[in-house]
Design a protein around this ligand. Structure first.
Ligand SMILES: Nc1nc2c(c(=O)[nH]1)N[C@H]1C(S)=C(S)[C@@H](COP(=O)(O)OP(=O)(O)OC[C@H]3O[C@@H](n4cnc5c(N)ncnc54)[C@H](O)[C@@H]3O)O[C@H]1N2
Ligand code: MOO
Length: 415
């Protein structure tokens, strides 16, 4: 038995979640390389460069309102001409006592001190009288007040969404460097697994983990490779892991991580020339999660029980994926919440349990109730849950009203 196998099989001390996250990050030497992508393809991708605005925003001083640009600070003005959005600009500077009819977005004429909204003037023939004079500078949007030319408008390592696309488009940038999609291979292990849609024989169950992970990773920054089910057979699993390492940046397996006779993952990783550098994490459920390398490919081995696989992925696996994707890994941070239940403490592991928000405490924090009776194989409680209650390791007990953590599913869903 190798030292690693011995460590896996002993009841040695557990890695803290923070230590496991640090190791998961260190497993990744570098992010995947970059490529160029147009605006229409940026949603959900990760920027690979600090993008500088080639132009100030707004590019020229313009009116924020429909009204009149005023030359001077008087109470009555002679209206001379009209400026609309898209006009190149006024032919002559405004003089004291003159105003120009101006529409939102039109360039400010030289000499204008403010724009008055049309609702605040009385127009009589060719003149306006101000009901309420504006302060100097009112309703003028200045060139560069939003963005100066050369400002970083999109930082490297950000997950891009509509906000980033808006500022890039406004700056006239049509494409940027993004990380190429991370190729993630998904493998389920176990002789008992049957693809959903096929009938079950005696002793068999449907594979829930691979479809679950595929749904979780169905994101623009990721290309999923479905590697199917590996049997409980060391040579077959070794072959599959070797082949996957040649094609993928990250391999995510489930099952075969624990100490049973058919738990072959650690041995298969070693036989494929790899090594596990993370195992036994203080997670409840999810303790048997492992991670390591096969060549330059990172491998994350999730426990077989589906809820344990989900928790181990969210807390440990996704850290490696974020680093590969070119992001600064950001561990999920539970929100402050209040227990709506009482129970014994989780011992040396941090407990995650399906939970629902049932109200607000006097201090405004959400009160959460646990759903189901626990168990890393149960899925039904997740359906009625809003997220996961988080009970930190080391608590002796949890009493109704105690401070606990809460991880909403919405926060956990995205890379
Ligand atoms: N003696 C010990 N036994 C176990 C320990 C332990 O510390 N000592 N840990 C338990 C914990 S905790 C978990 S979690 C499981 C993890 O086991 P494995 O990762 O080795 O997973 P398997 O044994 O292959 O499967 C466990 C369970 O999950 C079902 N499974 C597996 N894959 C799937 C899938 N793709 N979809 C749905 N269900 C799946 C499998 O049939 C088993 O019922 O080990 C405990 N044992
Ligand atoms: O911790 Mo296991 O991961 O309970 O089911």
């Amino acid at each position: 038995m190798s030292v690693l196998e011995a460590a896996l099989r002993s009841d040695s001390a557990l890695l803290s979640i923070a230590a496991a996250q640090e190791r998961a990050e260190k497993l990744v030497a570098r992010a995947v390389p970059g490529e160029r992508a147009p605006l229409a393809r940026l949603g959900g991708r990760v920027s690979a460069e600090n993008v500088l605005s080639p132009t100030p925003l707004p590019p020229f001083d313009h009116s924020a309102m429909d009204g009149y640009a005023l030359g001077g600070v008087g109470a009555s003005f002679e209206v001379r001409g009209r400026l609309a959005a898209g006009d190149a600009g006024a032919r002559a500077p405004l003089r004291e006592g003159e105003a120009v009819r101006i529409l939102t977005g039109a360039p400010m004429p030289e000499g204008a001190v403010a724009v008055v909204m049309q609702e605040r003037v009385t127009r009589a023939g060719g003149r306006i009288v101000l009901n309420r004079p504006p302060a100097p500078g009112d309703n003028i949007r200045r060139r560069g007040e939003d963005v100066a030319a050369g400002d970083v408008i999109v930082p490297a390592g950000g997950r891009l969404d509509a906000r980033h696309v808006a500022i890039l488009a406004a700056s006239g940038v049509a494409e940027i460097a993004v990380r190429r999609r991370v190729v993630v291979g998904l493998v389920s292990t176990g002789d008992e697994l049957v693809r959903p849609g096929r009938p079950l024989g005696p002793g068999l169950i449907h594979d829930a983990n691979r479809p679950m992970l595929a749904a979780l990773l169905d994101q623009p920054a990721i290309e999923i490779v479905d590697l199917g089910v590996a049997p409980d057979d060391r040579p077959a699993l070794t072959r599959l892991v070797s082949e996957a390492a040649a094609r993928c940046d990250l391999i995510v397996t489930s099952g075969a991580t624990s100490v049973g006779d058919e738990d072959h993952l650690a041995a298969a990783v070693m036989a494929a020339g790899g090594a596990l550098e993370l195992q036994r994490v203080a997670l409840k459920p999810g303790k048997p999660v492992v991670a390591g390398h096969v060549g330059s490919t990172v491998l994350v081995g999730l426990p077989g029980n589906p809820f344990a696989a989900l928790v181990a992925w969210l807390l440990v696996g996704r850290i490696a994926l974020e680093k590969l994707a070119g992001m600064e890994p950001h561990p999920l941070r539970p929100l402050a919440a209040v227990a709506g239940f009482s129970q014994g403490g989780p011992g040396g592991r941090t407990e995650f349990a399906p939970a629902r928000v049932i109200g607000a405490a006097d201090n405004g924090l959400p009160v959460v109730e646990k759903l189901g009776r626990g168990g890393s194989a149960r899925l039904a409680p997740l359906i009625a849950a809003d997220g996961l209650a988080v009970i930190p390791a080391g608590r002796d007990e949890v009493r109704r009203g105690d401070a606990i953590g809460f991880l909403p599913f919405v926060a956990a869903a995205e890379l």
